[in-house]
Design a protein around this ligand. Structure first.
Ligand code: C2E
Ligand code: MG
Ligand code: MG
Ligand code: MG
Length: 283
């Protein structure tokens, strides 16, 4: 009976479940409800040209506006969403919302370059990814060239052969593709050439050490050199200091993104950065 089941379940918690497991279970439960209750929001972190400072787009970053915990960052829930498969519906919402917002900006005359959306490895291996991207573009009316998709080396490497085909199909939709956290995975630089890519994002763990750490400097310079030889653009993530910025600019890095330039912003905050009718809005 219900009461007995409840009691047994309670004993199970006491005996066998660590606080961590219980916490995870509660989190999973509230994550499910959060999708239904639409408690998620996208923040946008602008990316700037390293060479001339012009804004060239933004990365959409999910936030959970939790009723009691406040604004929750993805570090707290993306891994669980990935493990439970909830990332698939959640990721589909992110794509729809980013495209909707982009089209709304476009309709109001804002020029914002591109919006980048993160795809998790689980989404990348899901059968309906292409249809989800296509639907988000169709339903919103956002030109596909204004959408960039960020994937990790890990997502590619979990199925290297299929990734070639999938990335080609994505490219055929007209979107661009960037490799996130580049340098932290296991893909060799040589394997890059078989994938249809547009951009490499140098992981912030390397950016952190420049210009003082000679290894981080060497890795950063090598990534920029090979990316350019392969006709890819390079974004440095996690740029926090003027010294890092100056080094990256001198090294020929194309774009920068980080707290030095801007934190992730709400949709209405970032509008102040967009160009309106060809003239730069006051910042
Ligand atoms: P990421 O894609 O590498 O995003 C960059 C992260 O670095 C963001 O953290 C951003 O707020 C943070 N960041 C930006 N500039 C700086 C800086 O100067 N210094 C430091 N220390 N950090 C900086 P956030 O928003 O907490 O997101 C963390 C990760 O969660 C993202 O890493 C991405 O892997 C994942 N994520 C975020 N939104 C989504 C989403 O919509 N879908 C999926 N699948 N994953 C997402
Ligand atoms: Mg990213
Ligand atoms: Mg990254
Ligand atoms: Mg990262």
């Amino acid at each position: 009976h219900a009461k007995d089941r409840g009691k047994n379940a309670f004993q199970l918690f006491n005996k066998e479940m660590s606080n961590h497991a219980l916490e995870q279970m509660l989190l999973e439960n509230s994550l499910r409800h959060a999708i239904e209750r639409k408690e998620f929001e996208l923040y946008y972190q602008p990316q700037f040209s390293a060479q001339d400072g012009a804004i060239c787009g933004a990365e959409a970053l999910i936030r959970w506006r939790h009723p009691t915990r406040g604004l929750v960052t993805p570090g707290m829930f993306i891994t669980l969403a990935e493990q439970t498969g909830l990332i698939v519906p959640l990721g589909a919402w992110v794509l729809r919302e980013a495209c909707r917002q982009g089209k709304a900006w476009l309709d109001r005359g804002y020029q914002f370059g591109r919006i980048a959306v993160n795809l998790s490895p689980r989404q990348f291996s899901s059968d309906d990814l292409l249809a989800t991207i296509d639907n988000a573009l169709d339903q919103s009316g956002l030109p596909s060239a204004m959408l960039e998709l960020e994937i990790t080396e890990g997502a590619i490497m979990q199925n290297p052969q299929e990734a070639v085909v999938l990335l080609q199909r994505m490219r055929e939709l007209g979107v661009t593709i960037s490799v996130d956290d580049f340098g932290t995975g296991y893909s060799s630089l040589a394997s890059l050439k078989q994938y249809p890519l547009d951009t490499l994002k140098i992981d912030r763990s390397f950016v952190k050490g420049i210009p003082a750490d000679a290894d981080d400097v060497a890795i950063t310079e090598a990534i920029v050199a090979i990316a350019h030889k392969l006709h890819l653009k390079v974004v440095a993530e996690g740029v926090e200091s003027q010294e890092q910025h100056d080094f990256l600019r001198a090294a020929g890095c194309d774009m920068v993104q980080g707290y030095l330039h801007s934190q992730p912003l709400t949709a209405s905050e970032i509008e102040q950065h967009w160009y309106l009718g060809g003239a730069q809005a006051e910042t």
